[in-house]
Design a protein around this ligand. Structure first.
Ligand code: TRP
Length: 336
């Protein structure tokens, strides 16, 4: 099996100590904030996996339904313009569960498939790569343990990762695009475009605007898994930076911001108190009711998805929806 797996770990493009720097900067700002990419340590990735199984979290189920029903239609459009065996790059592959649908569809159309999953959590990446190789003898994997920016840089520039003649499909599922601010989402897709040749494709999963009654529970589940996922950021600061956060002092909250069309995730301080963080040599003061903003999850209109595609060097070829129009899977085609 070994000769079918290459595993590459990258340090973040901005250097090793970014977690410390980002925490310092974020907790010194007003309002306080932390970057969502730090959710995904080994435990955080498992908690996110659990979120995907929650009854309230309609996103994963709905996207999986669309991919199950439309995988062949999707690959027909992807295939339309290209000769030769495709390679498949996935940003934020996690457990690769939904991607199996596409891997299987590809392997019905071509003899072998080179799959290049990118994930920030190397433990999850390694486990899922080994499982995939076991299940699909005709699969070859180059796994990239890195954040998106670092991985896309390597995919655009490194001789052994750069695109050759073969057509490429990049998948970016789960509405992770919505976790970026609009300008950052354009920058990211521009970097994706730089990895691709004209005619290559991106499959983009994007959650749609809908009623608040459906939206907020998806980020405020009754079992409290999302709360644990959010609070795990503080656990991580305690472990890696010598923080003294007490979880009981913070409360998870998710609200829908209508003006911006986004869910905002917060950790709210239940009382006024100070939290030392030893390795940063700082003490952070929290007022009662003050919050740390930990994530946005933007929700889209179909027109916004088209605009995003066009602004970043793509055309929107086709979109697929579930019956209730809760979620969209969009095929972008790299232009000249
Ligand atoms: N991409 C997912 C989303 O925006 C990420 C996510 C789901 C998430 N639930 C979360 C991030 C809870 C932070 C907290 O839906």
């Amino acid at each position: 099996m070994d000769d079918r797996l290459r595993f590459r770990r990258f340090e973040s493009a901005e250097g090793q100590s970014t977690f410390a720097q980002d925490v310092r900067r974020g907790l010194s700002s007003h309002p306080k904030h932390l970057s969502p990419k730090y959710f995904y340590d080994a435990l955080g990735s498992q908690l996110f996996e659990a979120i995907c199984h929650l009854p309230e979290y309609y996103l994963t189920k709905t996207e999986r339904r669309i991919l199950t029903d439309r995988r062949d239609a999707i690959l027909d459009v992807v295939d339309g313009h290209a000769d030769g065996e495709h390679r498949l790059i996935e940003l934020g592959s996690g457990s690769s569960t939904k991607t199996r649908l596409l891997i299987e569809a590809f392997l019905e159309r071509q003899d072998t498939l080179h799959y290049l999953p990118v994930d920030i959590s190397d433990s999850v990446l390694e486990r899922s790569a080994l499982e995939l190789l076991q299940d699909y003898p005709d699969l070859r994997i180059t796994a990239l343990a890195a954040d998106y920016t670092t991985a896309l840089g390597a995919l655009a520039r490194d001789d052994d990762l750069r695109t050759g003649e073969e057509p490429t499909l990049v998948t970016f599922l789960g509405s992770s695009i919505g976790n970026f601010e609009p300008p950052a989402s354009r920058t990211l897709l521009t970097h994706v475009r730089e990895v691709l040749k004209t005619g290559d494709s991106v499959l983009l999963g994007a959650d749609l605007k809908k009623s608040e009654q459906l939206l907020t529970p998806a980020y405020n589940d009754e079992l409290g898994v999302t709360a644990a996922f959010n609070l795990n950021l503080l656990v991580r600061i305690n472990r890696e930076l010598g923080g003294e956060f007490r979880l009981a002092d913070f409360e998870h909250r998710a609200i829908y911001n209508h003006e911006w069309g986004r869910i905002e995730m917060r950790l709210i301080s239940r009382r006024t108190h100070d939290v030392p963080i030893r390795e940063l040599d700082m003490t952070v003061r929290f007022e009662r009711g003050e919050y740390i903003h930990t994530e946005n999850s933007y929700k889209f209109d179909p027109e916004q998805i088209r605009d995003l595609a066009v602004a970043t060097g793509f055309g929107l070829k086709r979109s697929w929806f579930d019956e209730q129009q809760h979620f969209s899977v969009n095929l972008l085609c790299a232009g000249d």
